[in-house]
Design a protein around this ligand. Structure first.
Ligand SMILES: Nc1nc2c(c(=O)[nH]1)N[C@H]1C(S)=C(S)[C@@H](COP(=O)(O)O)O[C@H]1N2
Ligand SMILES: [Mo]
Length: 596
């Protein structure tokens, strides 16, 4: 299923360039454009980060890390114990009175006579189908930074959950080093550091799921079906307790789902539809730099790591809900229950099964195909995902970020990331502290220029304290000092035809060819876009991008090219590299506009 690598030899980028699908004409560009590499439209495993397995997830309690597998025997013992307690309780006369008084649903709760119309059954199926992709792709995203924190700085050791070892001391450990492989049946597509592709699945099916949800909310309230889900009296609570006790004692309450749910069902469905779903959407959006930055101090309280952790816990609500829900569907009368939700009839026929079996076959088939399809047709996944996300990306970028933080917010740890420059020329530049470094700024500008490091430092300087949002999931706050891009723009004066700024690095990307990235010119005029040469009040280290690294605060971290060698203004970027607007866009199938 997974194709082996083509036989041209990486890292020989010259032969690679000739044999690959896209052959660009870099002759009219900055000379570094010659060193960009094209990329295949599928995932080429030999160029991908080698697999690295994670660990069984652990949760930190105080200083101890507890293996989550303990959860299984503990949950089993608790369940046995709870059943015994529930059965004992039912012997007590007062409890029996309570059960008589609150049999399972408030008598006032209205009944729905319409049963389960087609739209309910359809949205129920679509919901479960979409969620298989959303949850799998979400787990894949998490595997790119397999740690969860509550505070936005992501300092190693402060995480509360991880499926990776402690961060090794005494060596540089980048966020990419930290990413782990997961099985292809679990994640999409399972490969290590495949977040670019997983995000397209997560977002495009997330979008479909939200559209489905909007339809559900609308129809629920238009048709009166909402009374099934929304409690209308506080009596749901004693009734839910009563139902819980009846289920636990294995003496199930009378089932009346066709016309109304029992209180425990009602509360569980209510929380799922009206709490867990909106919480998931909001905490998803809060992880975006463009959105988080716009929220001011709220973006600090509900910071990205808090949002990631809550997003993860909301997934657990869904997973546990699905487990309990499906178990009860099957043990409380599978045939009747499936008839209701898959055939819309209330009888003991086999009509529900007739719809259920092919529906599940479709889920299983698409489950099985998702990962190999993604690896084989990675560029297709990227294009469809980008097309679906375009209107939302437009919205967030139009929503201009301004948030800045204070010195107290600066993170004690700032994860490094990326592939360091490796040429001997660059080593020499480090040795002489970039004394002879010259930044070329050319392309579609009135005044092509070359600025020395001394000249750049003599230009107006701007300091800003901002949060860095890496696509992989970590974040960190630092103070950056450097030249505003808008000042550079005033000096070189881009021509009306110039739509994008291309940043070329001294460093290669992970597999083949130079690292580069493309930005909208509007983002270059933004008040917080700078070429940084200082970090936290000290000269920028080579690790973090010396001599210059870009800060463009409404974008994810990978857009902020480190070790900048040249900037070129262009009208189009289709003839650069593989034409996707950057190294990660070409090789890792990211989107070239990523404010989310
Ligand atoms: N030249 C170059 N720039 C790069 C990268 C890279 O690999 N090469 N990685 C990017 C990514 S993915 C991130 S998150 C940030 C990390 O910046 P930091 O190392 O200062 O944390 O740099 C970005 N700039
Ligand atoms: Mo990143």
């Amino acid at each position: 299923m997974i194709e082996s690598a083509p036989d041209y030899a990486f890292p020989d980028k010259w032969t690679a360039r000739l044999t690959m699908a896209h052959v660009s004409d870099p002759s009219s560009h900055d000379r570094i454009a010659d060193e960009l590499s094209s990329a295949d439209d599928r995932v080429v495993l030999s160029e991908w980060l080698p697999p690295q397995s994670g660990m069984v997830p652990k949760i930190r309690i105080g200083r101890r890390w507890i293996n989550v597998l303990w959860g299984f025997p503990i949950a089993f013992l608790l369940l046995i114990f709870a059943i015994a307690v529930a059965q004992a309780l039912r012997e007590i006369p007062a409890v029996q009175d309570f059960l008589l008084r609150y049999p399972g649903a408030p008598p006032s709760a209205p009944a729905v006579t319409a049963g389960f119309p087609l739209w309910v059954r359809l949205q129920h199926f679509l919901n479960l189908w979409f969620m298989t992709f959303i949850i799998r792709a979400g787990i894949q995203v998490l595997a790119d930074h397999p740690r969860l924190y509550w505070k936005r700085d992501c300092t190693p050791g402060t995480e509360w959950f991880r499926f990776q070892t402690a961060v090794p001391a005494g060596r540089i450990w980048t966020a990419k080093d930290d990413s782990v492989t997961i099985p292809a049946w679990l994640g999409i597509p399972g490969l290590r550091h495949s977040i670019g592709l997983a995000r397209w699945w997560h977002y495009s099916f997330g979008l479909l799921w939200i559209v489905n949800g909007v339809v559900v909310y609308t129809l629920l309230f238009m048709t009166g079906q909402w009374v099934r889900l929304v409690p209308d009296t506080f009596e749901v609570f004693p009734n839910a307790l009563s139902t819980g006790l009846q289920y636990l004692s294995l003496n199930f309450p009378q089932d009346d789902s066709w016309v109304k749910y029992n209180s425990l069902q009602q509360l569980a469905y209510f929380i799922t539809v009206f709490v867990a779903a909106p919480v998931s959407i909001v905490t998803g959006l809060l992880q975006s730099p463009a959105i988080s930055n716009k929220l001011g101090w709220l973006g600090g309280v509900f910071n990205r790591q808090w949002a990631r952790s809550v997003h993860f816990l909301a997934m657990w609500w869904f997973l546990i809900f699905i487990l309990v829900h499906v178990t009860l569907v099957f043990i409380t009368g599978a045939r009747v229950n499936l008839n209701m939700m898959f055939a819309g009839v209330h009888d003991a026929s086999w009509s529900g099964f007739v719809v259920f079996v092919p529906s599940m076959a479709l889920v299983a088939l698409t489950w099985w195909l998702a990962s190999p399809f993604t690896i084989r047709y990675a560029r297709v996944v990227q294009s469809i995902g980008a097309m679906m996300m375009r209107p939302f990306i437009f919205l967030t970028q139009w929503w201009d970020p301004t948030s800045q933080l204070t010195e107290q917010d600066i993170s004690p740890h700032f994860w490094p990331n990326g592939t360091m420059p490796a040429s001997t020329g660059f080593e020499a530049q480090i040795a002489e502290r970039f004394a002879r470094f010259v930044l070329r700024v050319d392309g579609l500008v009135e005044k092509p220029s070359a600025f020395s490091y001394a000249e750049l430092k003599a230009m107006p300087k701007q300091d800003q304290i901002t949060t860095h949002f890496c696509i992989q999931g970590w974040s960190g706050v630092a103070k950056w000092g450097g030249v505003p891009m808008r000042h550079i723009l005033e000096l070189v004066r881009p021509l009306p035809d110039a739509r994008y700024a291309v940043f070329y690095s001294f460093a290669d990307g992970g597999a083949a060819g130079r690292y580069y990235d493309v930005h909208l010119i509007a983002d270059m005029r933004h008040a917080l876009t700078i070429l940084a040469y200082e970090m936290n009040g000290a000269p920028l280290s080579v690790l973090h991008g010396a001599p210059l690294r870009l800060r463009c605060e409404n974008q994810l971290g990978f857009k902020m090219v480190k070790w900048i060698a040249a900037i070129e203004f262009v009208h189009d970027f289709a003839d650069l590299g593989a034409g996707q607007g950057g190294y990660n866009e070409d090789h890792e199938f990211y989107g070239y506009r990523t404010p989310i």
